[in-house]
Write a protein that binds this ligand. Structure first.
Ligand code: GLN
Ligand code: ZN
Length: 775
């Protein structure tokens, strides 16, 4: 098909609708968290929990309806996680949870999510490149699926009874299988996707049930198709939608993708006998626009166009979106308007923010405002821009104010980033020479021991922070407590015999928030909660403007800590990539530019720490791997700015100042060359759970600098004994020579309790001594 001419396409045949793929679940006062946690503690009954949940759904639908959204999603709500809900829907409850689920569906559900005394929970992992975590289903050749549509049909019926035109949203079968992993005891190379033929009849049954319950349309989310896929996986997708599309007793099907372009999956879905596609046209997924043109559009289909970014907190450029929408009109039978993905990833309502500067508040759009934006766009598209002239005017003036505001245009910051040269990001001496200088200065033993930074965040520390906020404790009193904690942490480390000490980070609420509060350009919210997993919600800071450092952020406490001990104390900073990844980042300039600003602010902090006598400085980058773009084609560019910003933060130090970095995961195959590129003197990584495989991988990749593969798994309260740690260390030594091997835990200790930390670190030091003696 050739797209219709712009003139012919300017008025759509069918009136565009505004819709959303999903909405925040928690409620304006995080009522869901309170109800679920109350239920776990036995303070809230199951009925009361269900009632709260139903009330939140009712409010959400009403809020959408009031905004003018005429087709609301159902089934996107969850008491814990929508992927876990899908596991229940297809009957894929792991063997070990069967009894609990049969005894009580609700308790069994939470047992899968959180585990019980005797049974481990499902594993949790990140939902694509977002900060939401889902529960990974466990499948094997013996998995038997069985349809259980109750949650889906129930929520649809609620919405219908409340007078809404509703569209159930399900995780699609291909994505469900691609996100699953082999069950324990199943061959690790088992591919869940081989279960597709068994799973499709279950989806067929659910679709029939939903139709019977009144669904005109059902949305099947297939974000996994927006990542690189093999021909076999694309074939599976083609088969899945041929089969589901071929069913007779079914609602109309809308297959949704988001987070990146559909790429090779686009022709597959375009050919499939489904009635509609929802596609993302924001961020890297704008490429979908060209791809659609090249593919000849979606003749005969409905296109739900995701033109409002569902992952950031900024107002949309309505004019630009209208022009995107106008060009899409020629490509499909009917074009509707939506955010790019579920609004689960943004806070609920920007209007709740009373403390944000009103100037900046005009630039913000949370879920509720985004719903209003898609309504305005659908109206403008259907009835002409005159109808929304007032909104368009307000929108352009807010955008103009934003782009010329002092907050977003700091001449000093701009001049400085422009002047950056490649040499600024390179240490002037090669690693070999640095290592010699550092050895001479630090005089560490072979296999030096250290920790990752934080020590247990005790109840007393949290209480002191709460007291400070509430005015029950003054700044001086608070500082006294922090100082006392630092002294205790140092005394313990000296006693235990650690070689490079840390101050324990007692003054930090959170490794990103702490710095965001001390940098210009960041703003904080009061109610900007987003779900991280289950009942855990976080309030990411908003990186709204040009970033600069009004003054030192960590020097005082680091200097204090160093004054208490003769051993080296590591300075501890959060790296630029992580400072971006765990915030909402401005969308009015490339991330590379923003990262460079943060890097320069950190560079000054690093310099100040060095001048204060800090010989070892760690810059954590746990987010470097997790924000890796979904598609390989976008990765080189990302890794280039990510590594550049780290080097810019750390590159100016003297040869005898030792730079450490830390990352919290074992799967970094995709970024080994980037890790080499960071040129940190020492990197510590998670490795205990993967039995030091990391050390082998780094050795194979020819990693030239020093490595501390974690020998103590801090994610579990279990205390490893000396032999266990020693044998992990010997494994590490088989891959990395003793001169370049460090001994440390997997990650920070803030979530652990003191008794176990004490014992585990003593064992770690003892194991290092044992293995040292053998070397
Ligand atoms: N330095 C931080 C800590 O120890 C690192 C945390 C992290 O890697 N996520 O807590
Ligand atoms: Zn970590």
């Amino acid at each position: 098909m050739t797209p219709k001419s712009a003139a012919a396409a300017s008025k759509p045949a069918t009136r565009p609708r505004a819709t959303v793929h999903g909405y925040p679940r928690q409620g304006s006062g995080r009522e869901l968290k309170k109800a679920v946690e109350g239920y776990w503690r036995g303070r809230v009954t199951a009925d009361a929990l269900r009632e709260t949940a139903a009330g939140l759904r009712r409010d959400n639908w009403q809020q959408l309806r009031n905004a003018g959204v005429r087709e609301v999603p159902t089934g996107d709500f969850s008491l814990y996680d929508h992927v876990l809900d899908t596991t229940v829907m297809v009957g894929a409850v792991p063997e070990r949870h069967r009894a609990a689920v049969e005894a009580d569906a609700l308790d069994g559900y939470f047992a899968m999510a959180r585990g019980t005394q005797d049974v481990a929970p499902l594993e949790m992992t990140k939902w694509f490149d977002t900060n939401y975590h889902y529960l990974v289903s466990e499948l094997g050749p013996d998995t038997v699926f069985a349809a259980n549509s109750a949650k889906q049909t129930g929520e649809l019926s609620e919405a219908v009874a409340q007078g809404h035109d509703a569209r159930p949203v399900l995780v699609g079968p291909v994505t469900y299988l691609l996100l699953a992993k082999p069950a324990p005891g199943v061959a690790p190379d088992f591919e869940p996707l081989t279960l597709l033929d068994r799973l499709l009849p279950v989806y067929a049954e659910v679709l029939a049930d939903l139709r019977a319950a009144g669904a005109g349309w059902v949305q099947l989310d297939e974000p996994a198709l927006a990542a690189d896929r093999t021909p076999a996986e694309l074939n599976a997708a083609a088969r899945a939608y041929r089969e589901l599309g071929g069913l007779t007793d079914r609602p109309e099907l809308l297959v949704a993708s988001y987070f990146d372009r559909l790429g090779d999956a686009l022709p597959v879905l375009a050919k499939a006998p489904v009635e509609g596609l929802a596609m993302d046209f924001t961020g890297p997924a704008v490429a979908n626009l060209e791809d659609l043109a090249r593919a000849g559009g979606l003749p005969g289909k409905r296109l739900v166009a995701g033109v409002v970014d569902g992952r950031n907190v900024w107002i949309n450029d309505l004019k630009k979106s209208l022009s995107t929408l106008a060009s899409l009109l020629g490509f499909a039978d009917r074009v509707d308007v939506a955010p790019s993905c579920s609004l689960l990833h943004v806070p609920l309502d920007a209007a709740l923010e009373r403390d944000v500067d009103p100037q900046v508040a005009r630039w913000l759009a949370f879920a509720r405002q985004k719903a209003e934006e898609v309504v305005a766009l659908a109206t403008g598209l259907g009835e002409g821009t005159d109808v929304i002239a007032g909104l368009l005017h307000a929108n352009s003036s807010a955008l103009a104010a934003r782009s010329s505001a002092a907050l977003t245009r700091d001449p000093a910051v701009r001049a400085r980033t422009e002047a950056v040269t490649d040499a600024d990001g390179r240490r002037t001496t090669p690693y070999q020479e640095r290592a010699a200088a550092q050895r001479a200065r630090l005089k560490l033993p072979l296999l030096p021991t250290t920790t990752i930074g934080s020590f247990p965040q005790t109840g007393e520390l949290r209480a002191a922070r709460a007291d400070l906020r509430a005015g029950r404790l003054d700044a001086e009193g608070y500082d006294k407590r922090i100082a006392a904690e630092i002294r205790d942490v140092l005394a313990f480390q000296e006693e235990a015999g650690l070689d490079v000490l840390v101050h324990g980070e007692p003054e930090r609420n959170d490794m990103v928030q702490y710095f965001a509060e001390r940098l210009d350009g960041y703003i904080a919210t009061q109610h900007g909660w987003v779900q991280s997993y289950g009942t855990r919600y976080v309030r990411p800071p908003i990186l709204a403007g040009d970033v600069s450092r009004p003054g030192p952020m960590t020097v005082e406490w680091t200097r204090y800590a160093q004054s208490q001990t003769g051993r080296p104390v590591k300075g501890m900073l959060t790296g630029p990539v992580t400072m971006l990844a765990w915030s909402f980042v401005r969308d009015d300039q490339p991330q590379a530019e923003t990262a460079r600003q943060v890097a320069l602010a950190l560079r000054d902090e690093v310099a100040d720490l060095e001048s204060a006598g800090t010989a070892v400085i760690q810059v954590d980058e746990p987010a470097l791997r997790e924000t890796l773009p979904l598609r390989t084609e976008s990765r080189p560019e990302y890794l280039a700015w990510a590594t550049e910003s780290f080097r810019l933060a750390t590159g100016a130090v003297r040869a005898d100042t030792q730079i450490h970095t830390h990352m919290c995961y074992a799967e970094f195959g995709d970024i080994v060359s980037a890790i080499v590129d960071l040129d940190a003197d020492v990197i510590s990584l998670e490795a205990a759970r993967s039995h030091m495989q990391v050390a082998d991988e780094l050795a194979t990749a020819g990693y030239p600098n020093e490595v501390g593969p974690g020998v103590y798994d801090i994610h579990s309260p279990r205390v490893p004994d000396v032999d266990e740690v020693a044998s992990l260390l010997r494994k590490g030594l088989a891959a990395i020579p003793a001169e370049r091997l460090w001994v440390n835990p997997d990650c920070g200790l803030k979530t652990r309790g003191w008794p176990e930390v004490r014992e585990a670190l003593e064992h770690m030091v003892e194991a290092a001594r044992t293995v040292r003696a053998e070397a």
